[in-house]
Design a protein. Structure first.
Length: 480
């Protein structure tokens, strides 16, 4: 089964969304030329002092167009709501193609900081000084963040000139751990993805451990299953900006805000899941699980009171569900690859917290494909039903019969037995309603039809139209 991973569609990481808001400038000195962009605070008042954020890009954004460096993170700080809540100057320099923020050997087994960081870092610090001289910058509120190559630069700067920074947020970078003690007094929130194959996750851990060993102020957030693009997650952390702007040089660190909301939604170890049965543990699933659940959490307020569609890839793939039910509020809570044990684990945040008007459940085919038993599947579904009814005894619950799939692995017979068990659940509890998502697709032999299920597992537009009609009839019967 092939699944497509996707990046969060976040304004915080949108490419070049805010070019016009960042003033274009160039710094020149004996060390060379450094293009940079600067964002001024909303409602700028020369009589006030403002924080300064320095954002260091990665290797892929090097060049001299003075534009590419805004690709990741630039849109976060220029978002109108962010500018209103956190008025600040934001400096985004661009490193030349053949240079680095610190001339360090990324491929070395051990990271060793050079005595001379290089011309680019010298120019960067000169630009920071120049900006401080030109604008009313609060010298006690200089914030530093960077990703990948910029993460290396961030680590190096807080160990090389630690007294300059109020806080730092290095993302998927690394540094010389022997220098970590120097950053003891700099509040640090560090980020990395556990599946990063570009910069090893150990690089961040080494620096975090070195600072922690001195009693420093450091928090380490590692995203399970996330590869090198951990900046997408870091920049979308609800506490990222509140933590950063709460810090002030010379005052006690405010580290209680450095709490990741995203890792709470990450896929836990198998033993943490309630119930019994299979749960995918591949890296693609870990990444997708977290991405989908973060997406759900962002929609939570807007989707309260919705009819929730809970399930796996068949539900996730129904991207037009809201459009197909124009008179109803629909919340799609499908995650490709999920199982009954998975929906049982994520029920509270993804479903119960919405106080749903009704819940439609289609789940079980992945359990069967991964060797789960009918007893495990029904046991988990019963537990989900019990939790839903515990919150709201009268909530309408629709149990969709598991859809037919290809004839291999005795699926027709196994699905028939599972659907019979679902029917028995509905007979025993009149608050449950069956939607026949099997019969409408049955080819007469217990399998599906290729014209409706091209891969013999997932419905196409024709298939979703049939399911929509069946669900619409069920919802009408329930007077929803």
């Amino acid at each position: 089964m092939n699944y497509s991973s996707f990046l969060l569609a976040l304004a915080a990481t949108s490419a070049f969304a805010a070019d016009d808001l960042y003033e274009t400038r160039t710094f020149e000195s004996a060390d060379g030329r450094l293009p940079y962009r600067i964002l001024k605070p909303a409602g700028f008042d020369a009589a006030k002092k403002y924080p300064l954020v320095i954002l260091l890009h990665g290797a892929g954004e090097r060049g001299d167009d003075n534009k590419a460096q805004l690709k990741w993170g630039g849109g976060l700080f220029s978002d109108p709501k962010v500018m209103e809540k956190y008025p600040a100057f934001v400096l985004v320099p661009q490193c030349a193609k053949d240079k680095k923020w610190v001339e360090i050997d990324w491929s070395a087994e051990k990271v060793v900081a050079p005595a001379d960081a290089g011309a680019t870092q010298k120019m960067l610090l000169a630009v920071v000084d120049a900006v401080q001289g030109e604008f009313p910058i609060d010298a006690d509120r200089l914030y530093l963040t960077g990703l990948s190559m910029g993460g290396y630069g961030t680590w190096d700067l807080i160990t090389r000139v630690p007294g300059k920074w109020a806080a730092a947020a290095p993302i998927c970078g690394g540094g010389d751990k022997s220098k970590g003690a120097a950053a003891k007094n700099v509040p640090v929130w560090a980020f990395h993805g556990s599946a990063d194959n570009v910069v090893k996750p150990i690089r961040t851990k080494e620096m975090v451990d070195a600072i922690a060993a001195t009693g420093g102020h450091v928090v380490h957030t590692e995203y399970v299953g996330i590869a090198h693009d951990s900046w997408s997650s870091a920049f979308s952390e609800p506490n990222f900006l509140p933590w950063m702007f709460a810090q002030k040089r010379g005052t006690p660190a405010q580290m209680e805000l450095a709490t990741s909301a995203l890792t709470v939604l990450a896929l836990p170890n198998l033993e943490v899941f309630p119930g019994a049965g299979p749960v995918p543990m591949a890296d693609w699933f870990k990444k997708l699980w977290q991405q989908r659940r973060v997406e759900f959490s962002k929609k939570k307020d807007a989707e309260k009171g919705a009819i929730v569609f809970l399930g796996d890839s068949i539900t996730q793939g129904w991207s037009s569900a809201q459009k197909d039910f124009p008179t109803r509020k629909i919340a799609n809570r499908g995650i490709s690859g999920d199982t009954t044990r998975g929906i049982r684990y994520r029920l509270k945040e993804d479903v119960l917290d919405l106080n749903p008007k009704a819940v439609s459940i289609l789940i079980g085919t992945n359990d069967l494909g991964l060797g789960g038993t009918q007893e495990q599947i029904i046991g988990n579904i019963k537990a989900v039903i019990a939790e839903l009814q515990k919150q709201n005894a009268s909530v309408p619950i629709i149990l969709n019969r598991v859809m037919p799939r290809g004839p291999e692995n005795d699926f027709p017979a196994r699905i028939a037995k599972l659907n019979a068990a679902l029917d028995e659940l509905a007979k025993a509890d009149k608050r449950l309603t069956i939607c026949d998502a099997f019969g409408i697709f049955d080819d007469g032999k217990g399998s599906c039809k290729k014209e409706e299920f091209p891969d013999m597992l997932h419905p196409n537009a024709l298939g979703y139209a049939k399911w929509q009609a069946a669900l619409e009839a069920t919802l009408a019967k329930l007077k929803l």
